[in-house]
Design a protein around this ligand. Sequence first.
Ligand code: TTP
Ligand code: MG
Length: 296
Amino acid sequence: MFEPIPLVWILSLVIQDTPGRLEGQATMNLAGVLTNLLTLATFAWHDGSEKSVVPNSVKEHLETEVLRPIGKPYTVLVEGNVGSGKSTTLNYFATQTPEKDLVDVVFEPVNLWRNLSGVDLLNQMFTDPQRWALAFQSYSSLTRYSNVFKPTPKKYRIMERSIFSERACFLDTVHEQPNGMTEVEFNIMHQWYQMMTKTFWDQLKPDIIVYVKCDVDVLMQRIKKRGRPEEANISRDFVETIQRRHDDWLIHRNSSFVPPAPVLVLDGNLEVGKFLELVKAKEAVIFGGQLRRTDT
Ligand code: TTP
Ligand code: MG
């Protein structure tokens, strides 16, 4: 497949290295616009396979260094199985870090899924996936996209799960279930994902993924202990499948999806206090060494 990336790269560097003509933000904007157009053209020439959606290293350089849209926060995605400790991680950044006022903390929009015009869509999905999986997945995707596109005055954003894990871990699982989505429904969701990630790649791309990984035995105990009504019938088989898909995607890299950013794995099996110490110790890594009060 034809790959014009080196040309894109050279062009953007030439433009950025021409100080007398254009300066600062304006330079970056012009370079960004040109590379954006060319990168979009590149996507159009790709063969459409899932792996082609995610940039190779040169593209990744471009998108990190050149294409960050103005006003886009440095974005951390926290991924993990049900009950692994994602919300616990986000809570640290919402309430405990001394830098909390710099970070926009976006929890998974579960409350919206539980009350859509008075209907608990999450519960409907667990109760009757054959009838409700498409409605649920399309609404959960919509709420995730709107969270990404919501502007923030903060320079940093940390989000619980993403459209990427929804596609790589959950959509395939619900499609494979004997009483899950039909082929046609799965295809509709897949085409939405392809179109959205290609068109809005630079907004959707995170800067880092934090994978909170926890043993399935521990997860099953936690799910039982917290006793959420919707999770009462979650099977070990489902949790194992979700675990395998996360591991294949984020650790073994043998999934048909490539992680859209570097991955940091955190041990979610610990006692909560110890886990929070771990998050604190990794804070600078998570924010790329950028989380500094002097940034404001
Ligand atoms: P949550 O942070 O609620 O898990 P989650 O947000 O990943 O779950 P969901 O998929 O439902 O959004 O953590 C679940 C429980 O696990 C919570 O009581 C805190 C506890 N926990 C530990 O005991 N040790 C740990 O190391 C971690 C990460 C969490
Ligand atoms: Mg949570």
